[in-house]
Ligand binder design. Structure first.
Ligand code: AMP
Ligand code: MG
Length: 418
């Protein structure tokens, strides 16, 4: 075993959360490859080329309601009693409206030429082939105009957007059967630790189950990554170097959990250094420092190593690895999670030295009071139950004590995962 002196670490003042994120994002390179896929398979993919429309949507003026299409100018002479000259269901284009008549029309059907208003059926009295429409109608009412959603030639969805269900629907609405998306990001993952065994195997003395593998793979799957799982890697320099070397050629990014501290059993740092370069960033947050970031091999595959503590792994993934991945996937928009301000449901009597990201739950306030943020009682970064209980992270500022009722920042998990 290689014995290293931990005193050789150059002491550096810890980075703020923002500095660390900025440094990371500056090093994230979007993958270049793209592919054509059916629109129906696009969920969660990142658009590489914009979706353009060759058509107007709607393609013609159409009725917003079931009712009668009329011409306002015809009403004065008829007193609003009009013969029904045609029936236009959705999917049918009727002939021009005969002057002095009404067309029975249904939602989505094209308004016939010559009609300028649709009267909803509830305000009409039908009587065989005739209809009585009410007075005081507004010209143009209940008509959805040609191109009011999308005009031919315009961009419908920009490149760099992560496709959600509504984007797929929008692409389909302009007739796009295929989309050009970035290739899926290939992420190699491994867990370091001699104490780790997989669920399904009985635990020996001192052993624990490898929970990080499941957390990490789940988080990556939610991000639409292709996972190359190298499993559990023994706490030796050789095994760690081997795992890294294997992953380098096959993946766009390598993520490791555990072994990134500078203890004698932590081999990730020296292994990455031998195969490439590594920065060990001390970040002024809790849980989560340190974060290891580097590049491996001639192809310089980026590497992110998170602490092994299950909560630290989750939090550092959400705050750092996720935005890095999002940028690599080609997402162009802001990668900062949005937070809300709510009311602290707890006291925080002693100011924290580092900014804390505590597992918390945003809960509706009682009666008319504001929503409250409650903390999980056990704040240890080894307690994974806290993450499963929570629906987000409370951001506890550095250098400030808090009292129940104080405003507090809360980041919902919906902003941190997926
Ligand atoms: P390390 O970062 O390797 O020093 O590990 C810190 C703590 O996290 C130790 O208590 C480890 O046993 C635990 N740990 C490391 N890797 C995992 C893992 N894959 N699953 C669950 N716990 C882990
Ligand atoms: Mg370890």
């Amino acid at each position: 075993m290689t014995v290293r002196s931990d005193c050789s670490e150059t002491p550096r003042s810890p980075l703020s959360m923002e500095e660390a994120l900025e440094l990371l994002l500056a090093r994230s390179r979007p993958i270049a490859d793209s592919e054509r896929i059916p629109t129906g398979s696009g969920l969660g993919r990142v658009l590489a080329e914009p979706v353009m429309s060759t058509i107007d949507v709607p393609g013609w003026d159409n009725s917003a309601m079931d009712g009668y299409a009329i011409r306002i100018a015809d009403l004065a002479a008829s007193g609003g009693r009009l013969p029904i000259s045609q029936r236009i269901p959705a999917g049918v284009a009727g002939p021009p409206l005969k002057p002095g008549t009404a067309a029975r029309i249904f939602t989505g059907a094209p308004v016939p030429a010559g009609a300028d208003t649709v009267v909803i059926q509830e305000s009409c009295v039908a009587d065989g082939d005739w209809v009585q429409v009410p007075p005081d109608l507004k010209t143009g009412a209940n008509i959805r105009r040609v191109g009011e959603d999308i005009t031919a030639g315009s961009q419908v969805i920009g490149a760099g957007i992560r496709l959600e269900a509504q984007h797929l629907g929008l692409a389909a609405s302009v007739g796009s059967a295929e989309l050009t998306v970035r290739r899926r990001l290939r992420v190699a993952v491994f867990s370091s630790g001699d104490e780790l065994v997989m669920p399904g195997t009985p635990l020996g003395p001192g052993q624990i189950y490898n929970s990080n593998r499941f957390t990490l793979n789940g988080l990556l799957e939610e991000l639409g990554c292709e996972i190359l799982d190298s499993g559990i890697v023994k706490d030796t320099l050789d095994a760690t170097m081997q795992a890294l070397a294997d992953a380098t050629e096959r993946s766009d990014l390598i993520l490791a959990s555990g072994g990134v501290s500078v203890g004698e059993e932590d081999h990730v740092k020296p292994a990455v250094e031998r195969l490439g370069s590594l920065d060990l960033w001390q970040i002024a947050i809790r849980p989560g420092k340190p974060l290891a970031f580097g590049h491996i091999g001639a192809v310089r595959t980026p590497f992110i190593g998170s602490p092994g503590n299950p909560v630290s792994l989750f939090v550092t993934f959400c705050l750092f690895a996720r935005p890095f991945i999002r940028r690599m996937q080609g997402i162009t928009g802001s990668l900062r999670p949005a937070s809300v301000t709510a009311e602290a449901g707890f006291d925080w009597p002693r100011a924290a030295k580092r900014r804390e990201f505590q597992r918390a739950r945003l809960e509706p306030g009682k009666g008319s009071s504001r929503p409250r943020v409650n903390l999980y009682p056990n704040r240890s970064s080894a307690v994974l139950s806290s993450v499963a209980w929570a629906n987000g992270l409370a951001v506890i500022p550095e250098d400030r004590a808090l009292q129940e009722g104080d405003p507090i920042e809360f980041i919902p998990f919906s902003e941190l995962t997926g």
